[in-house]
Write a protein that binds this ligand. Sequence first.
Ligand SMILES: Cc1ncc(COP(=O)(O)O)c(C=O)c1O
Length: 383
Amino acid sequence: MDTKEKRSSAELHMPVPFLDLRRQYHSIKDEIDRALEQVLDSGRYILDGEGVAFERDFADYCGATDAVGVGSGTEALHLALRACGVEPGDVVVTAPNTAVPTVCAIVAANATPAFVDIDPRTFTIAPDKLDVYLDSQPAGRRTKAVIAVHLYGHPADVRPILRVARAHGIKVIEDAAQAHGAEYAGCKIGSLGDAGCFSFYPTKNLGAYGDAGMVITNDGDVARRLRMLRNYGEEAKYQNRVEGFNSRLDEIHAAMLRVKLAHLDEWITRRRQLAALYDELLADAPVDRPTERVPARHSYHLYVIRTARRDAMLRHLTNEQVGASVHYPLPVHLQPAYRRLGYRAGDFPEAERACREVLSLPLYPELTELEVRRVASAIRSCP
Ligand SMILES: Cc1ncc(COP(=O)(O)O)c(C=O)c1O
């Protein structure tokens, strides 16, 4: 074997990690290290200039009037529900195939979770089914809000969701934890409903080096309530207007996220290029590829294929040392923790089938084209 042959044989068998966050850190190390040092040197670590500047930058990026930094995506959802008027005993409806924190947040707001099935093409809540659910509610059931989850980076169908929600007098909270930078009808998601909630968990399209989150809104009253709720309920120092929490975005994370926000569009462009390459390489593979439904613009937090032979394919990829993952193997209504809600297998057939069939492939801006080719060829060689 000559050197070139040896190299291409090694490339054919190289392991591909599902995600490697060190690559991104090293690509912007100087900027991040400088931002970190400046905050450490400033002696000001909570609710100060960096947080205010990042809130301004993020609101501008999303086209919203306000942004309020909080401790995590889960807390963003919890506090947004409360700021939008959800009270103990209210019902909040969402999609059953979401990440479980969407539902943790509903419970944290002392509300009761309910579910509506999904559109199988986008994996997001089906507006017509939401309409049927709201129309057929038993008397006395107080559904106050819907959380539309932009799962995997594909926007939920916000326009009809808003129409249905407005017709029934309920609030729309966008769970944009997986969808920074995604767009719907030319607008950045998160800015379309009553509040948009983001997670900066390290793996997200815009990820911190720890936990952090943000709520954006165009409603000044909601923003004002959020600022109180995240800081012990204080309206001014030692004046507690509401029963609040401690859920603040600290200065270190704000400074580093500000650095990263400036790169977000270029990273999303790269994700979309790699997704297009997967599309091309998997065109004749026996799997369903992700779609992008007009007027949505996908931000490809995850590249999720579908196959009825998902578990066998996952085993094959693992044997081939190709990272892959399942988001998520069991819908929330069938998780043991939520048995008390009384749902059963078969209640949401599309979400349940999606959970049996979805498979996420490696996709991050620092992934190389060679690695994408390696993943695609491992998929095509699946017996
Ligand atoms: C759809 C969705 N909602 C909410 C969250 C919660 O975000 P965090 O982990 O920052 O609390 C996540 C994070 O995994 C998520 O994927």
